[in-house]
Design a binder for this molecule. Structure first.
Ligand SMILES: [Zn+2]
Length: 283
């Protein structure tokens, strides 16, 4: 019913849409069969639409513009969270075809653990999917920057502070030692209001230049939106092109208050905060 309503709203508002937004797209798995994944053919249509209607820039450039007060309508960025192997198999060829830059936020414990399907399930990643390899990430580096997403996919607002420090440092260090680049951007696992830290958090500000959430909006230009809590448009398997266009062009911004309430009061059931890097015992 909700999906149908969205579709109707999307169709109704399409003729008058001007796409005067600044969306940051958020993808996870891109796979032909997985129930939670965006289909490769859908991704292709979506990236084509983006490239035809927006200036798609790397997220680092998007953040630079945001900080400089130069983020203008028609700017977009593409992101992928977690690090599923299908991002290399199915998404990278699409990015290549359209010369579309993207940022991929990696859970390094997932990458390191090739048989980590059990781990994936425990920490709320999509089940039954293999992780990317460092070699695949190296191949993708012409278009895909790597960002941080914690080592073990932890809920930043809930783990002990010393564990969060290690989760972020190990995450950043492993990307650096395997790919030779230091991540400058961070994506909050889960990314809803109850999962993220206040914008003034010194640790996040010291380690990164900006951070993304999963709080919904297609526009980050307002001064009220902090570069350490950028909003995204999360794309799922049910989003056909009409819905996609509606989402990225701002037709669903009226749903934001309802989404925010849900995001704030939602259940923590999926968040497993017992799987994290314990601080080293001193002395
Ligand atoms: Zn994630």
């Amino acid at each position: 019913m909700f999906a149908f309503l969205k579709k109707v709203v999307s169709r109704l508002s399409l003729p008058s849409l001007k796409c005067n937004t600044t969306p940051v797209l958020g993808y996870h798995s891109v796979h032909p069969d997985h129930p939670l994944a965006v289909r490769p053919d859908d991704l292709r249509e979506q990236i084509r639409f983006l490239k035809e209607n927006f200036e798609v820039v790397p997220l680092a450039e998007y953040v630079r513009r945001k900080l400089a007060g130069e983020l203008t309508e028609g700017t977009a960025a593409v992101t992928f969270d977690d690090g599923y192997e299908d991002n290399y198999l199915y998404a990278y060829p699409v990015l290549k075809e359209f010369s579309c830059p993207a940022t991929l936020f990696l859970v390094t414990r997932f990458i390191e653990n090739r048989k980590g399907l059990q781990f994936a399930k425990r920490v709320g990643l999509f089940g039954g999917l293999k992780p990317l390899s460092w070699e695949q990430l190296a191949v993708m580096s012409d278009l895909v920057d790597v960002g941080a997403h914690t080592h073990s996919h932890v809920q930043a607002s809930r783990v002990p502070f010393s564990a969060l420090v290690r989760e972020l440092k190990v995450n950043v260090e492993m990307v650096k030692s395997n790919l030779g680049v230091t991540p400058t951007l961070f994506s909050y696992p889960w990314g809803q209001p109850r999962d993220i830290l206040p914008v003034g958090n010194k640790l996040i500000r010291r380690l990164f230049k900006g951070a993304v959430t999963t709080v919904f909006s297609a526009d980050n230009r307002s001064r009220a939106v902090n570069p350490f809590q950028l909003r995204r448009v999360i794309i799922g398997p049910g989003d056909d092109l009409d819905i996609f266009v509606g989402k990225v062009c701002g037709a669903f911004e009226f749903l934001r208050p309802a989404a925010a309430v849900r995001g704030f009061f939602g259940s923590n059931k999926m968040r497993n905060d017992s799987v994290y890097l314990r601080p080293r015992v001193q002395g």
